[in-house]
Write a protein of this length. Structure first.
Length: 202
């Protein structure tokens, strides 16, 4: 059995990966691997760099005893030159100087693009995998949409209420859970990871 340690304690993420892999894989959280919460300095310039930084922080502890998976994600707004990008979680906090709610953060971004015709937004997730030999491979998932003119929907969190999917004529927060699965950047990245692991008989 191949052991995989994920750089997270999010049970939902652990469960999702387990459900997509065969019984040949043993997936565990960092807590289950005996690792306490890590204070990682995510100072990368890209989601890929940050995912690798997180994965390496686990590798420094467990060495080569298991495969390691870590991820980073966020939104990139086209007319703002990819902003907030890797600063997705903290950009609004830094500029607004407050512990902003999801609603306040979304209003912050909507106002930033108010006078732009190009409202394209990309949600990107990058997953980094470190194998037993220390080799690194990354997998990227992306979803494109536009910044909504106003927030809508209550089935979601984070930026869901401002992320409008043109083909659905709805924001992510207006979609059902089943519909949202089709527009999950994380799921698209996980699917690529799973395909790689299974095809390479790791």
């Amino acid at each position: 059995m191949i052991k995989i340690v994920m750089a997270t304690n999010n049970n939902g993420k652990i469960k999702e990966l387990k459900s997509m892999l065969s019984d040949n894989f043993w997936v565990m959280s960092q807590r289950e691997a005996g690792i306490k919460d890590l204070n990682v300095d995510e100072n990368g310039m890209t989601f890929e760099e940050n995912a690798i930084i997180k994965a390496n922080s686990i590798k420094d502890i467990i060495r080569n005893s298991a495969y390691i998976i870590a991820e980073d994600s966020g939104i990139c707004i086209d007319c703002l030159n990819g902003y907030p990008g890797v600063k997705t979680k903290r950009a609004a906090l830094e500029e607004l100087n407050l512990q902003a709610t999801d609603y306040e953060r979304n209003e912050f971004y909507i106002n930033k693009v108010a006078n732009n015709n190009n409202r394209k937004i990309v949600w990107q997730t990058v997953i980094a995998l470190i194998d037993l030999e220390g080799k690194i491979k990354t997998f990227t998932g992306e979803v494109e949409g536009v910044v909504a003119k106003e927030q809508a929907g209550d089935n979601g969190f984070g930026f869901d209420a401002m992320f409008f999917i043109p083909q659905e004529k709805k924001t992510l927060a207006q979609l059902t859970d089943k519909e949202k699965e089709r527009y999950s950047a994380r799921k698209r990245a996980v699917e690529k990871l799973v395909k790689y692991l299974e095809e390479n008989n790791l």
